[in-house]
Design a protein around this ligand. Structure first.
Ligand SMILES: N[C@@H](CCC(=O)N[C@@H](CS)C(=O)NCC(=O)O)C(=O)O
Length: 213
């Protein structure tokens, strides 16, 4: 398998965690999101992923974008630890938690959104930070309330799931933007527990070959 990603991409980080949890070997191909105006916009990458976003997974002659679709694909097609709990309601609950992060928090803070705010709408740095802080806080406030009901060691009881994958990557992103995460004991406990595991450590942005110190 080949994964097109970028070390600091939250969505690519999710997929790396999933691949490591499943014990799947893969080659990483770096798509630098900023250099030269963004390699995601170059013809060779846009031909692979018309959305011009990372990640994209290549499995033989099959190509797939959208991190949650990729995670679901590897979960159902490859043996190993399951990233969803058994049971229709448990599975749906975990999916909802993952989507609360992937749909309600992440897109609002994405690079191209911030670039549009800054370059097209002339939003200054202070207002841009307030935007990021606001949407992350709204999202994490809701996640914290959900985890009070669902969490054990991890987001959903004591099983590692796609919800943990999304949470860890999003909290990493929040820390990067200096969002105050002190008021979230459930989130912080789950993230600490996940980050003790090798799969999560291998997937850390700073442990990727394209990471810039
Ligand atoms: N919903 C997509 C989001 C993909 C996405 O937004 N990727 C970001 C990095 S985390 C990206 O490629 N940004 C490039 C840009 O904004 O130009 C997924 O989960 O795969």
């Amino acid at each position: 398998m080949k994964l097109y990603g970028y070390w600091r991409s939250t969505a690519a980080y999710r997929v790396r965690i999933a691949l490591h949890l499943k014990g799947i070997e893969f080659d990483s191909v770096a798509v630098h999101l900023v250099k030269n105006g963004g390699e995601q916009y170059k013809d060779n990458y846009a031909a692979i992923n018309p959305n011009q976003l990372v990640p994209t997974l290549i499995d033989g002659d099959f190509s797939l974008n959208q991190s949650l679709a990729i995670i679901d694909y590897v979960d159902v097609t490859k043996a190993g630890l399951s990233l969803y709990p058994d049971g229709i309601q448990a599975r749906a609950k975990v999916q909802a938690l993952a989507l609360d992060i992937a749909c309600e928090i992440h897109p609002l803070n994405n690079l191209r959104v911030q670039q549009y705010l800054a370059c097209d709408l002339s939003v200054g740095n202070e207002a841009k930070s307030a935007w990021v802080d606001h949407w992350m806080t709204v999202g994490f406030n809701a996640i914290e309330k959900q985890l009070v009901r669902t969490a054990g060691c991890y987001c959903f009881k004591d099983q590692i799931t796609v919800a943990d994958i999304c949470l860890v990557a999003q909290v990493y992103n929040a820390n990067r933007f200096n969002v105050d995460m002190t008021g979230y004991p459930y989130i912080n406990r789950v993230v600490d527990n996940c980050n003790k595991l090798e799969a999560f450590q291998l997937a850390l942005p700073e442990n990727q070959a394209d990471a810039v110190n």
